[in-house]
Design a protein around this ligand. Structure first.
Ligand code: BG6
Length: 475
C-alpha cells in the first residue's frame, strides 16, 4: 500500500505566530497578545505568573509576527509554488468575536479568513482549519476565568456555528483544539487558566479539560448538521514515551505517561472517559462537575480522524536518580543517549514517528493526520542571501521515510502531512524568530527588526520535488 493519491502534503501555521495585526480589523486582545518574549514567557504560559495586560518593558512577538495579515497573498502563492495540496492555519477567535461573548460576529474578521480561504482555493490548496490554536479572548479570562467556567462551551459553540456556516463551502477539514493535552502543561498558554495560591491546580485543569472535551463534541455535532461532508479531527501533542530501562517499573511509568496524553483522545475518539482516568480522579480526589447529557454527547460525537504533532519521542524513568533532562515540545523529557538533539535540545527520533503512528492507529483505528513536524534551527544566509538548510532537509527526509514505512509496511491509514512553520514564524515556546522551521525565510530578528522580505531556502525546492513525486523522490 503506497501513500494515498490524494495525500495532503503541505505546511502549518497558527494565527498568533504569523498574522500580526493584533488590533487591526477590530480584533480584540487574546491571551497570546499578553505573553511576552524573554525569560518570563514560560512562567506566564504555565499560569504561574499572572500577566493580563501589556507592559512597555516587554516585547510581544504576536503583535506584528511575520505580518501574514497583510502579506497572505504573497505567502500563499509561495505555498502554491511548492505544490501544497493543503495549508493548515488557525482562526484567531478574537478576530471573529473580539471579546468572545459578543452577540454579533465581527464582519472584518470573517472577511479576512474568507479572503485567505479563497486565495488557497484559487491554487487548489485545501485549507485545514484549527478552530483555536493557543488563544482565548482576554476578556473571557478576566470576566469568567476562561475554561474554568462552563459558559466557555457556549462561547466556543457560537464561534463554531459562525465559522462553520460562513465557510461551509470553502473548508472541509477542521481541528477543534490545538494540542489539547497541553492544557495540563501550559494552562495559561493553551487555555487561559491562571491559578490562585493554594488551590488544587489538577482539579482546575481536569475540570477545564472536561469543558473542552464537551465543547469539542458539541462542535462536531454542529458541524455535521451544517455540512455532513465536514471532517472533524482532534489534535494531540503526540510522541510515544519510552521506558529508560527494561525494569518493569520504568515500563509502567512510561505507560502512565502515555495515558496522561491519550486521555484526551480516548474521550474524543472513543467517546467516553477511560476507566484508568476515572480511577485516577478517585485517587486525586477530583470530582468532575458534569451535566446531564454530557456523557451522551461525548459518546455520539466522536471525531472522524486523529491528528497530532510530532517532534521527537519522550523518555521516562521510575528512578528519581535518573534525572538528566533536555528540552522538548513544551515540557522537558529525559535525555535519551541514543538520539541526537536540535540546537534547542529537542531530541530527533524519526523511528519514534513510526512508533507513534502505529500506537495511535492500533488504539483508535481511525485515519491519522500528521499536522506538525519539523526542525527548529538557526539559518544563516550566505553572502548571496541563500540558505542551504541541508540539516532541515535531512530531518524531514528521515521523518517522511518513517511515516511512509508506517503506511506502506504497517498499513496505517494516513491522510496527510503538514510540516510545522512552513514559513518562518514566531516560536511558541521561546517567542524567538531565530528558531526557524520554514522553507521560506523571513527577514526578521528576535527583537522585531528586519525587512520581512520572504526568500526561498534550499528546502523549498526539495519539498516541491517531494510533493510532485508524492513522496517518491526524497533526494
Ligand atoms: C507545537 C505548537 O507545540 O509546537 C506550535 O502547536 C509550536 O504552536 C510548535 O510553534 C513548535 O514549538 P516551538 O516552541 O519551537 O515554536
Amino acid at each position: 500500500m503506497a501513500l494515498r493519491k490524494d495525500f495532503l502534503w503541505g505546511g502549518a501555521t497558527a494565527a498568533n505566530q504569523c498574522e500580526g495585526g493584533y488590533l487591526e480589523g477590530n480584533k480584540g486582545l487574546s491571551t497570546v497578545d499578553v505573553i511576552p518574549a524573554g525569560r518570563d514567557r514560560v512562567s506566564v504560559m504555565k499560569g504561574k505568573m499572572k500577566m493580563l495586560e501589556c507592559n512597555d518593558q516587554y516585547f510581544y512577538p504576536s503583535h506584528e509576527a511575520i505580518d501574514f495579515y497583510h502579506r497572505y497573498k504573497e505567502d500563499i502563492s509561495l505555498f502554491a509554488e511548492m505544490g501544497f495540496k493543503c495549508y493548515r492555519l488557525s482562526i484567531a477567535w478574537t478576530r471573529i468575536f473580539p471579546n468572545g461573548d459578543d452577540a454579533v460576529p465581527n464582519e472584518e474578521g470573517l472577511k479576512f479568513y474568507e479572503n485567505v480561504f479563497d486565495e488557497c482555493l484559487k491554487y487548489g490548496i485545501e485549507p485545514l482549519v484549527t478552530i483555536t490554536h493557543f488563544d482565548v479572548p482576554l476578556h473571557l479570562v478576566k470576566t469568567i476565568g476562561s475554561w474554568r467556567s462552563r459558559k466557555m462551551i457556549d462561547y466556543y459553540e457560537r464561534l463554531c456555528e459562525t465559522i462553520f456556516t460562513r465557510y461551509k463551502d470553502k473548508v472541509k477539514y477542521w481541528l477543534t483544539f490545538n494540542e489539547i493535552n497541553m492544557l495540563l502543561h501550559l494552562p495559561f498558554g493553551s487555555s487561559g487558566l491562571v491559578f490562585e495560591k493554594g488551590e488544587n491546580e489538577e482539579a482546575v485543569k481536569y475540570q477545564a479539560a472536561h469543558y473542552q472535551l464537551v465543547a469539542s463534541a458539541k462542535a462536531t455535532e454542529i458541524a455535521r448538521k451544517i455540512n455532513p461532508e465536514f471532517k472533524i479531527g482532534c489534535m494531540l501533542a503526540g510522541a510515544s514515551t519510552y521506558p529508560y530501562t527494561c525494569a518493569p517499573e520504568d515500563v509502567w511509568k512510561a505507560m502512565e505517561r502515555d495515558r496522561e496524553h491519550y486521555f484526551f483522545v480516548d474521550v474524543q475518539s472513543r467517546g467516553e472517559y477511560p476507566n484508568y482516568a476515572k480511577k485516577m480522579f478517585e485517587r486525586m480526589n477530583i470530582k468532575l462537575k458534569m451535566e446531564d447529557g454530557d456523557e451522551e454527547l461525548l459518546k455520539k460525537n466522536t471525531v472522524d480522524f486523529v491528528s497530532f504533532s510530532y517532534y521527537g519521542s519522550r523518555l521516562t524513568s521510575a528512578d528519581p536518580e535518573v534525572n538528566t533532562q533536555t528540552a522538548a515540545n513544551l515540557f522537558p523529557t529525559l535525555r535519551n543517549p541514543y538520539l541526537k538533539t536540535s540546537e534547542w535540545g529537542w531530541q530527533i527520533d524519526p523511528l519514534g514517528l513510526r512508533i507513534t503512528l502505529n500506537a495511535l492507529y492500533d488504539r483508535y483505528q481511525k485515519p491519522l493526520f500528521i499536522v506538525e513536524n519539523g526542525l527548529g534551527a538557526v539559518d544563516t544566509p550566505d553572502e548571496n542571501g541563500h540558505i542551504e538548510d541541508d540539516y532541515r532537509i535531512e530531518y524531514l527526509r528521515e521523518h517522511i521515510v518513517a511515516f511512509k514505512a508506517a503506511v506502506e509496511e504497517d498499513g496505517v491509514d494516513l491522510l496527510g502531512y503538514t510540516t510545522w512553520g512552513c514559513i518562518d514564524l514566531v516560536s511558541s515556546s521561546s517567542g524567538q524568530m531565530s528558531k526557524r522551521y520554514g522553507f521560506i525565510y523571513v527577514d526578521k530578528d528576535d527583537d522585531g527588526n528586519g525587512t520581512m522580505k520572504r526568500s526561498k531556502k534550499k528546502s523549498f525546492y526539495w519539498y516541491k520535488k517531494v510533493i510532485s513525486s508524492n513522496g517518491e523522490d526524497l533526494e
